[in-house]
Design a binder for this molecule. Structure first.
Ligand SMILES: Nc1ncnc2c1ncn2[C@@H]1O[C@H](COP(=O)(O)OP(=O)(O)OP(=O)(O)O)[C@@H](O)[C@H]1O
Length: 333
């Protein structure tokens, strides 16, 4: 992706970020060091330490997921990067630009897609794009309104009132709007919250398209399935701290437990005594799921115990652990 530049610090033109001079950390799209945020006490609300020293390095070119339970601090982190919340201490840089030292370039290096669908219903997508381009000081000759709308599948809606757009189209318009100044990093805050499965998958395809064209993508999500399907690297934040940040496969490999699913001839209504002390449960339909670590427990031992208790088994299968297991283990929720 090309980044030409207005370099005048005094100019309002913060549009296209220059390639920063190579230096430590510049290979990261985003780098946070010991980032802290304490929201001050107000009224009867005590002060809240929302970020307790976040260290995070998001590689350039990745599709990166920021996962965490409600209140973990994900929005606070994103809002600090977007320049909407002031950090208490620590440092953050975007595309190699420190947010304190080069705030304009840092801000020009990211586009943020907010959670809310806040689009004026009486503007058309083309007008929304042109206004945003004006805000970022992108000169007319460099504007790519139709190109971006096309990439988001909205070119045929360029001149329709926003109020006539479907929810999915509005979300795509917000992504298009965030791309107006050609930022190398795009942050999506819960892009598919409350969106049905079909639309979610459609949005994933658009996001993958932007990534394939060179944009680094960072998204927050509550959907483990979304992180698993879309992202190559995943960080889990809990109570203002990073509890894991690894390539997806490494993270999934952390849990070596598997599950053995046993289907008895007579559907089970309660756990057999033979499984006492094991992590087991009866599933709807009367199958029994037993969690085990293959390095410690032999499947035949489990089956042998059930047979010895008189159970007739008609089928067995195994399941690998998924992101949900890792998430539950790391956040102990
Ligand atoms: N403006 C604020 N003033 C005081 N406390 C705040 C403020 N914004 C957030 N908090 C608190 O900081 C903590 C982190 O909130 P944040 O919104 O960053 O979490 P989150 O991970 O984005 O949660 P969610 O997934 O629910 O959006 C929470 O305890 C929240 O109540």
């Amino acid at each position: 992706m090309a980044h030409s530049l207005a370099d005048n610090e005094d100019s309002l033109e913060t549009r296209l970020p220059p390639e920063p001079a190579p230096r430590t950390g510049a290979r990261y799209a985003i780098e946070a060091r010991n980032l802290r945020k304490v929201y001050k006490a107000s009224g009867n609300q005590p002060a809240k330490e929302a970020l307790k020293g976040i260290d995070l390095a998001i590689p350039r070119g990745s599709i990166f997921a920021l996962l965490g339970p409600n209140g973990a601090g994900k929005s606070t982190f994103i809002n600090i990067l977007a320049g909407l919340v002031t950090k208490t201490s620590g440092s953050a840089s975007i595309w190699g630009f420190d947010t304190d030292v080069n705030p304009r370039q840092a801000r020009a290096s990211i586009g943020v897609v907010p959670q809310e669908l806040n689009i004026d219903p009486f503007f058309t997508p083309a007008e929304v794009m042109e206004m945003q381009a004006g805000l970022y000081g992108v000169p007319k000759r460099e504007r790519r309104t139709m190109e971006i709308l096309k990439a988001m599948g909205l070119d045929d809606k360029a001149d329709a009132y926003a109020r006539t757009l479907s929810g999915g189209m509005r979300r795509r318009l917000l992504v298009a709007k965030a791309m107006v100044h050609n930022p190398p990093v795009l942050i999506l805050d819960e892009p598919t919250a409350g969106v049905d499965i079909e639309l979610r998958r459609q949005l994933w395809e658009y996001v993958k398209g932007l990534h394939a064209r060179g944009t680094t993508i960072v998204l927050t999500t509550h959907y483990l399935e979304e992180a698993e399907a879309l992202c190559d690297t995943i960080a889990i934040i809990d109570k203002g701290q990073v509890v894991a940040c690894e390539p997806k496969e490494t993270l999934l490999g952390r849990i070596s437990d598997k599950r053995l699913i046993v289907r008895p001839a007579t559907p089970a209504t309660q756990l057999p005594a033979a499984l006492a002390g094991m992590k087991a449960e009866v599933r709807p339909g009367g199958t029994i799921s037993v969690q085990y670590n293959p390095a410690e427990t032999n499947v035949m031992t489990i089956l042998g115990r059930l047979s010895a208790e008189g159970m007739e088994i008609i089928d067995i299968s195994t399941e690998e652990s998924d992101l949900e297991d890792v998430f539950m283990q790391l956040t102990s929720h």
